[in-house]
Design a protein around this ligand. Structure first.
Ligand SMILES: [Fe+2]
Length: 278
């Protein structure tokens, strides 16, 4: 599983890679008989690591690994687990990926095989079985997000990966948008990067902001190249950023006419086609 975590390292920012590997080594430490207290291994493991003075993020990742909240609920331990804040991050996703694509003997499993393998080991109605069934959609989505990160990042030549690692921008689509690197952006999206994933800004709001601000600063003409690539790869034209600003509002703020025209076209396309008729 630690080997799977090293593979999944491509799915997290460089500064989090050691943390991911450490969490992968330690996530099931709570199964050790001498650490058994509540009998719920994520909580017993997190409490033990906390007592040793382990870094807070490592403790919290162990507490919340692989959908622990679902099993905590079955066991009546939700309040005890909630002492540890859950970070919804690429690291927690990658930990679930490593756990949920590795079999009990360390073999490589696909996600559904792994879930089925867990289900057959427990009685129907048992806490683990009920929890895993409820956690399945969350875990499946975490595994999928990680898969897409790995595919996008490893599609890049090593020199470009190193530049992104050194930049501190994550996910790499945001790096491409920030630098208005249309070719890199298209390559990442084609490799499977999520056109809507960002932290704070969405790729689309950041693209419009960067294009608008760039033209304002340089006095040059407005271009909607990064915006166009994102929309072409399925970015949601209505998705607001963390502060609630929609792409159209950002475009209007800059009087970004090319982006406004593109957005209007995609917004009306969506209305005409409807959500199901892709
Ligand atoms: Fe576990």
């Amino acid at each position: 599983m630690a080997a799977r975590a090293r593979e999944a390292a491509a799915a997290v920012p460089e500064t989090d890679r050691d943390l991911l590997v450490a969490a992968a080594w330690l996530h099931d430490i709570g199964y050790a008989p001498e650490l058994r207290d509540t009998g719920f291994h994520p909580l017993d493991g997190a409490r033990h690591l906390e007592s040793l003075g382990a870094p807070a993020r490592l403790v919290r990742l162990v507490a919340h690994h692989s959908g622990a909240v679902y099993e905590a609920e079955q066991r009546g331990l939700s309040a005890e687990l909630a002492v540890y804040e859950r970070e919804d991050s690429p690291v927690l996703d990658a930990l679930a990926f490593a756990d949920m694509t590795t079999g009990p003997a360390g073999q490589s499993f696909d996600f559904d095989t792994r879930i089925d393998e867990i289900l057959v080991r427990y009685e129907p109605g048992s806490e683990v079985r009920t929890a895993i069934s409820k956690a399945r959609p969350y875990l499946g989505a975490a595994v999928e997000r990680t898969r897409r990160h790995i595919a996008a990042f490893t599609s890049l030549p090593p020199s470009q990966r190193a530049i992104i690692d050194g930049s501190g921008w994550w996910p790499p689509t945001l790096f491409a948008v920030e630098h208005q690197d249309v070719e890199l952006l298209a390559r990442l999206l084609d490799a499977g990067a999520d056109p809507d994933e960002g932290s704070g800004a969405t790729p689309l709001t950041h693209a419009i902001d960067t294009e608008g601000d760039g033209a304002l600063q340089s006095g040059g003409p407005l271009t909607a190249a990064t915006t166009a690539v994102l929309l072409a790869y399925g970015a949601d034209p209505e998705l607001p950023d963390a502060s609630g600003r929609t792409p159209l509002q950002v475009a209007e703020h800059y009087d970004h006419a090319p982006a406004i025209r593109l957005l209007r076209r995609h917004l009306s396309d969506d209305r005409v086609r409807g959500p199901q008729s892709m």
